[in-house]
Ligand binder design. Sequence first.
Ligand SMILES: NC(=O)c1ccc[n+]([C@@H]2O[C@H](COP(=O)([O-])OP(=O)(O)OC[C@H]3O[C@@H](n4cnc5c(N)ncnc54)[C@H](OP(=O)(O)O)[C@@H]3O)[C@@H](O)[C@H]2O)c1
Length: 251
Amino acid sequence: MRVVVIGGTGLIGSRVVATLRDQGHDAVAASPDTGVNTLTGQGLADVLQGASVVIDVSNSPSFEETKVMDFFTTSTRNLLKYAAMAGVRHYVALSVVGTERIPDSPYLRAKNAQESLIKSGGIPYSIVHATQFFEFMKRIADEATDGTTVRLPPVLIQPMAADDVAQAVGRVALSAPLNGMVEVAGPQQFRFDELIRQDLRERDDRRIVVTDPHARYFGAELGERSLVPGNDARLGEIRLEDWSRRPVLAK
Ligand SMILES: NC(=O)c1ccc[n+]([C@@H]2O[C@H](COP(=O)([O-])OP(=O)(O)OC[C@H]3O[C@@H](n4cnc5c(N)ncnc54)[C@H](OP(=O)(O)O)[C@@H]3O)[C@@H](O)[C@H]2O)c1
């Protein structure tokens, strides 16, 4: 089966392509690097020819409010249009657990807009909501840093490894369209401030994590359970301590 992975050169996309190829599918990585640009439409008609499934795991190069909204809405409109023309039978997209309940975050508002377009786009679809990736912890710390201080709220978080995300996305893509959303998460819950404190300690990063219930996460105040999934979430297998022990190149 031909499966086109938009953002197939990225953190999740490269892993999705690998897992699908391992299972014998004709998985194609599509991104500006391979001549496919969803913002302009360049290369979409060609790459989608003969594709049964399209998986969108692309990400906006900028998280600035206007740019991120433009990225997810323009690229999704283009992708839906070209996928419909190519007769794609299943449209899969990766989004974030809690997207619908954190409207103060410009990034998540853009992901919400992406999801609305997909739902009304006329192609059978599946939306995968994942929790924060282990690989994203450093970016979280950087975003919350002021000088040598990192401010984070003590709310619950259930992060997961990129490898588990890719497995979950691959599985959904090879199943019948859900015409709905499924949540995936890691096998353990943590307190957000403590998780990042531990991660910085392991990196010998001297920044101090200050617990602040009102600290904003990419622009939004969080409630106790804003970031954690419901009871039906499919859980990954990779525990944080096992992922942390991996050599840098295997992360
Ligand atoms: N970070 C988290 O904790 C988290 C949690 C849940 C869900 N997610 C979702 O996971 C998804 C993937 O994230 P990621 O970390 O794997 O992203 P990433 O590593 O930053 O990769 C982004 C990919 O998008 C491609 N891309 C950028 N602009 C494009 C364009 N105009 N046309 C086509 N492709 C384009 C990039 O291609 P080039 O390399 O060629 O530029 C790259 O392949 C995102 O949608 C995000 O919302 C993230």
